[in-house]
Design a binder for this molecule. Sequence first.
Ligand SMILES: [Mn+2]
Length: 763
Amino acid sequence: MYNAARFALSVVPHLLGIQAGGLSRLEQSRADRPWRHTRAGPNSGLLYTLHTIYNPFTTSDYLGVVTCNCSPAAPLSSGISASGVATIASQERRQAALSIFTVHGSDQMISSVSRLWSRTIHASFPSTTARLLSTTSATRLAAPYTTDMDRVPTTERLQKLRELMQSHKVDIYIVPSEDAHSSEYIAPTDARRAFISGFSGSAGTAVITLEKAALATDGRYFNQASKQLDDNWTLLKQGLQDVPTWQEWTLEQAEGGKVVAVDPTTITAPEGRKLADKIKKKGGKELVGIAENLVDQVWGSDKPPRPNEPVRVLGLEYAGKKFQEKIEDLRKELEKKNAAAFVVSMLDEIAWLFNLRGNDIPYNPVFFSYAVITPSKATLYVDESKLPENAKAHLLGIDIQPYQAIFSDLVALSTASSESTTDSPFKKQKYLVSTKASWALSRALGGEDKVEETRSPIGDAKAVKNETELEGMRQCHIRDGAALIEYFAWLEHELIEKKTTLDEVAAADKLESIRSKHDRFVGLSFDTISSTGANAAVIHYSPERGNCSTIDPAQIYLCDSGAQYLDGTTDTTRTLHFGEPTDVEKEAYTLVLKGNIGLEQAVFPKGTSGFALDTLARQYLWQNGLEYRHGTGHGVGSFLNVHEGPIGIGTRVQYSEVPLAVGNVISDEPGYYEDGKFGVRIENVIMVKEVSTKYKFGDKPYLGFEHVTMVPMCRKLILVELLSEKEKRWLNDYHREILEKTGHFFKEDDLSRKWLERECAEY
Ligand SMILES: [Mn+2]
């Protein structure tokens, strides 16, 4: 059990004045207790709801559920009494604290309870966002969750920021969304753009001048941003005609010799260079990097601390290759490039390289760190307090330095090499960094002359999975498939037989609880897309608790979800219908399915890239004048990030630069979307393997794919007459394989077994 959470379990009831007699024992098993279904006690007075949900990613062991029945009204410290239910739950990676209780007292008393709770929760789950969701009347108990779309007052924050800008002689300050590692997801402590602007969406850039403030975001977030931004902000709707990009807006503001500043850890070196050039060309003075983040200073003591979650060793039974060998391979790359060192900045690359996994960022099992690999030395920059004894033993021979020491060390390293004599072999050598490394790292190394930006050799090596990783992928997809089968069977039964009203989030919660019962489950690999009807047409739809739709059994339901297991990462999309689909829906689904099968059945010579294969997934849609506006596939990590480069299937130029290779794991996810009506996507994870062909022109290997996802296609949505004989055979074989591999999970589960057998029946 994870200590901080144990603290919470003991201290929260205490703070609330709840008697220990009301505490149930900790569940020992990984039970899927429906912790969100807490019931409130007698309703009188005000109902105060504090709902803390975050840290979907803690690797701490399951904590169980504690229910505190605090009725009749128990006295609280300052004369406030409360009755109701307080619950704290933690699944391996998803923790939550939820309390619904009636508080008798004044507004002031209630706000003091609120503060108490927030502080307690914060102290216990450092990477948890505790917030008061609503203070409302008891009659609203039926809908205890309110939305997270409130307007955030930023006047005071902006004023403080502008004072700091003036003291640094800065006219314009840029606040990107990124953390120091170009992570796709960030920890709450790095959510500076959200703090300063009030806009909490995942993508956007804030630009603050001494008089104005602008927030740029894309079409996914126009609605949310306009609700959350207060009057201090101009919303720059990116992608709309006549709306400047944030860069253009910054350049306009910088005219007349203004100084623009940014925290150089939050922007990549190429981006920093580009922007600096433009500022000078367009009449601004310069772009400066200020090492101390100004927003952090405004945020002050309210800023969540940097997560300090323990790092775990990923055993050889999962990693398949010793980290010492991976470092040796990397050194061969250094030698080829005549480089002095590789400075590793991407968190998933460090986790992969050292066979370690962390818990600092939602959905991504990574930990805050840097690494420097030279021909003779390997240094890992990570705070030692994160390393349990077995991790320290595992890292024997590796120099461990504090996380923040990277910058001064790089300055020292780079200075030492410039001062060495001309005959030094290091004289002409450059430091390799990935193109996604921060401007701060590049500056510490002495800038452009000293640094070579390259596609990361670690990224390339990581994308080619070894036999152990490939087998882990197969195995975790069988368990994950069983979870999805159980979920879809349950969902259909609830909606059709029991006529239960279920919203999109409640359904996603059930799916998570089913997944969490399976072996080696660690957490989700991204936020589940659970979408009904027209919502399925929103490609990046993310249902919001308390503000999402009720699943309509007469509409299409699209579910795109995935999980992290010790032996692999999953990502599966299935589109279902529980009633009578329309002809158009069936046709669209079948064309998407044909594309999915078409890509999977591709056979291609070694050297072919995902760029060249993209049309195979689109061909049947194109033949009917249809199309989808997203890529077809992305690399998938091994118990790492669900999106990983450098491979991909799509029309991005970079996909043409990296050929697919045996051992690559990639998604196959064509779709079709009709705005306002419905959406279809079918996603399997596939792995590149060598196949045998009748001939072998060019005397090179010919490659193909192996699917690992084990979830049937939706029978109701398939128009069999559109399938070729070969496709029908593929479908029958696939369904037979699913039955064989997942059947044993349902020996005592009639509901799931019957659903599975029905969906997998031969065509
Ligand atoms: Mn995907």
